[in-house]
Ligand binder design. Structure first.
Ligand SMILES: C[C@H](O)CC(=O)SCCNC(=O)CCNC(=O)[C@H](O)C(C)(C)COP(=O)(O)OP(=O)(O)OC[C@H]1O[C@@H](n2cnc3c(N)ncnc32)[C@H](O)[C@@H]1OP(=O)(O)O
Ligand SMILES: NC(=O)c1ccc[n+]([C@@H]2O[C@H](COP(=O)([O-])OP(=O)(O)OC[C@H]3O[C@@H](n4cnc5c(N)ncnc54)[C@H](O)[C@@H]3O)[C@@H](O)[C@H]2O)c1
Length: 309
């Protein structure tokens, strides 16, 4: 009986240790995704450092987080709006910012990378962080389309490297894809599942295959919509309405492309096309390429397929 009790206490304390293990999180990249991940991690009691390349970008990220929290507070404290401000300030206190990733990872349990969708840039970042971060620190990438194993190959911690793929807008979307690359240890994978649950998200387990689950289905669908429009078979407005009213999607494919970012969408499709040039689902789109070349990247720049306020 004493043995069973000791075993039970040990298993409780080891699962508590697993939880306690991820308390301090460093998010690299304060754009659409990084700011959302920082907001959710801070809202669930984690201590967060948000890193980007300039103070100006970090100011914009902080503003975005605050306005998103205002939307949350407006709902949560509809009856007592005066409590909403205290709620926002308490969460914001959990977030600090930095432009020097190597110096802030020294005290972190988990690094979540959400920078540009470019393999070389991600590898360079993780290669440098690997030298600066403590042994126990887990590295995770929020990549939409790149193999986790390729990103991890720039480090010497393949066992402590996995994928955490969040969805936009992070505060609203419940799913996190947790990716186990061939080198990811079971302990790391379990910690990432635990962390996702601690954020209030619903994790699903994914293999390290192109696009994991959601993007492997969603990105070809969005590109098919662009091709359908390029062939003159439907206006973007009609295609969007059709998919919302005919398939029950909350956004049409063109609205969603603008929401995700046309640059990010192009990075994804170009990368897959390079690896599998004969797959028609991964064919580049002249219209998408033209908009990106014009700097029309979607909602984040004020114009993409549509103009945004
Ligand atoms: C490519 C990548 O690798 C992977 C991806 O991320 S793919 C993209 C995945 N995302 C999607 O598919 C998003 C599809 N769109 C949607 O689910 C919905 O349109 C949406 C949740 C974004 C917005 O919902 P919608 O009803 O259209 O608009 P809206 O009324 O403004 O917002 C609905 C609620 O969400 C809240 N909300 C929306 N965005 C928010 C944000 N960033 N922060 C906080 N709250 C937010 C609003 O306050 C509102 O709350 P309420 O209904 O209680 O008042
Ligand atoms: N947009 C989406 O819907 C979505 C959804 C899931 C995953 N993702 C993935 O998340 C990542 C980020 O996407 P996003 O939409 O947030 O992009 P974004 O362009 O909005 O933000 C990227 C941020 O990273 C910063 N950055 C670039 N290089 C950096 C570096 N070396 N160090 C620090 N910061 C750096 C940029 O200044 C920018 O603020 C990409 O890998 C993307 O594929 C995007």
């Amino acid at each position: 009986m004493a043995f069973v009790t000791r075993q039970f206490i040990r298993s409780l304390s080891s699962s508590a240790a697993l939880h306690a293990a991820i308390k301090h999180v460093t998010i690299i990249g304060g754009g659409l995704m990084g700011a959302g991940i920082a907001q959710v991690a801070a809202s669930t009691g984690h201590s967060v450092v948000l890193v980007d390349t300039s103070e100006d970008i970090l100011k914009k990220s902080a503003k975005g987080i605050e306005s998103s929290l205002k939307r949350v507070a407006k709902k949560k404290f509809a009856e007592k709006p005066e409590d909403g401000e205290a709620f926002i300030q308490k969460i914001l206190k959990n977030i600090s910012t930095s432009t020097d990733a190597a110096s802030v990872v020294q005290g972190t349990d988990l690094v979540v990378e959400a920078i540009v969708e470019n393999l070389k840039v991600k590898q360079d970042l993780f290669g440098a962080l690997d030298k600066a971060a403590p042994e126990h620190t887990i590295f995770a990438s929020n990549t939409s389309s790149l193999p986790i194993a390729d990103i991890a190959s720039s480090t010497a911690r393949l066992d402590r490297f996995g994928g955490l793929h969040f969805f936009n807008p992070v505060p609203m979307m419940k799913l996190v894809e947790v990716i186990k690359a061939p080198g990811t240890s079971q302990q790391t994978f379990d910690s990432l599942l635990e962390f996702s649950k601690a954020l209030g998200k619903h994790p699903v387990s994914c293999k390290d295959t192109p696009g994991f689950i959601v993007n492997r289905l969603l990105v070809p669908y969005m590109l098919e919509a662009v091709r359908l429009h390029e062939r003159g078979h439907g206006s973007k407005e009609d295609i969007d309405v059709a998919m919302k009213l005919g398939a029950g999607y909350p956004m049409g494919p063109f609205e969603l492309l603008d929401y995700v970012g046309l640059d990010t969408s192009k990075f994804i499709i170009d990368g897959w096309h390079e690896k599998d040039p004969d797959n028609p689902l991964f064919a580049p789109s002249p219209l998408l390429n033209k908009l990106v070349a014009e700097g029309k990247l979607g909602k984040k720049t004020g114009e993409g397929f549509y103009k945004h306020k």
